[in-house]
Ligand binder design. Structure first.
Ligand code: AP5
Length: 231
């Protein structure tokens, strides 16, 4: 299966996508996570993209497409891929189609997390991330057992630079500018599956798992997916 998790910043894409990829044992590609890893390791990629991510701007399409092309070469990708935070622009969506076509594959679905803006702001302002293993918490909804420490590895929890209020506003503006075009693109291919992302994590998980269970067994066979149409 090849599935995109699409939605505004803070919609809960990463929370659900990581769990689904682990559960289904497929490759998980999160461009934002990869960029943050590169920034904290100080690689040439990290130096190139830092100014974009800290200001809430999109990293140029060419950089992102090269990154995804490389990530797709991992062997696990043959069993399936969940894309989180990619594609974010029409050129990225077209490039993804072309990359998959070269591999004899196609997207099976695009799960669209529909979440009200006020919910997103509340989620991002309370998000904390483990510096060591990347696990995500929320000070109210998923608090760690010991404040400031990761339950999984004991690592230090921190607030992402781009989760500051002014950067969040810019990220939401940038998302809104691209979203309609992307949604039209996938709607035209009958790939969109709406997810009511504003509910509790467990409720959203149930809806995501049900959507994934309806995907066809055959790769790129779009004929048997039972999709709900968006209004
Ligand atoms: P990226 O890391 O992809 O950020 P994003 O898309 O803005 O998404 P987030 O990680 O903020 O949100 P999420 O939906 O994953 O929410 P989460 O599950 O963590 O990108 C960062 C930057 O990198 C971009 O601004 C850009 O500069 C660059 N970039 C990345 N990809 C790019 C691309 N393709 N092209 C160009 N540039 C790119 O949840 C949020 C919080 O809510 C957490 O605390 C979580 O615990 C909590 N939560 C989750 N679900 C629920 C729920 N149901 N109820 C209550 N709380 C919940």
């Amino acid at each position: 299966m090849r599935v995109v998790f699409l939605g505004p910043p803070g919609a809960g894409k990463g929370t659900q996508a990581k769990q689904e990829a682990e559960r289904l044992r497929v490759l998980y590609i999160a461009t934002g996570d990869e960029l943050r890893k590169a920034i904290s390791a100080g690689t040439p990629l990290g130096q190139k993209v830092r100014r974009y991510t800290t200001s809430g701007q999109l990293v140029p399409d060419g950089v992102i497409i090269d990154l995804v092309r490389e990530l797709l070469t991992q062997p696990q990708g043959r069993d399936g891929v969940i894309f989180d935070g990619f594609p974010r622009t029409l050129p990225q969506a077209e490039a993804l189609d072309a990359l998959l076509r070269e591999r004899g594959e196609a997207l099976d679905a695009v799960l669209y997390f529909d979440v009200p803006a006020e919910t997103v702001v509340e989620r991002l302002s309370g998000r904390r991330v483990c510096r060591a293993c990347g696990a995500t918490y929320h000070i109210q909804y998923i608090p760690p057992k010991v404040a400031g420490k990761c339950d999984r590895c004991g690592g230090e929890l921190y607030q992402r630079d781009d989760d500051r209020a002014e950067t969040v506003r810019e990220r939401l503006r940038v998302y809104a500018a691209q979203a309609a075009g992307l949604l039209d693109y996938y709607r035209a291919q009958d790939l969109l599956v709406p997810i009511q992302g504003g509910r509790s994590i467990e409720e959203v998980r149930g809806e995501v798992q049900a959507a994934m269970a309806r995907l066809p067994a055959g790769r790129g066979d779009r004929g048997t997916v039972a999709r709900q149409r968006l209004p």
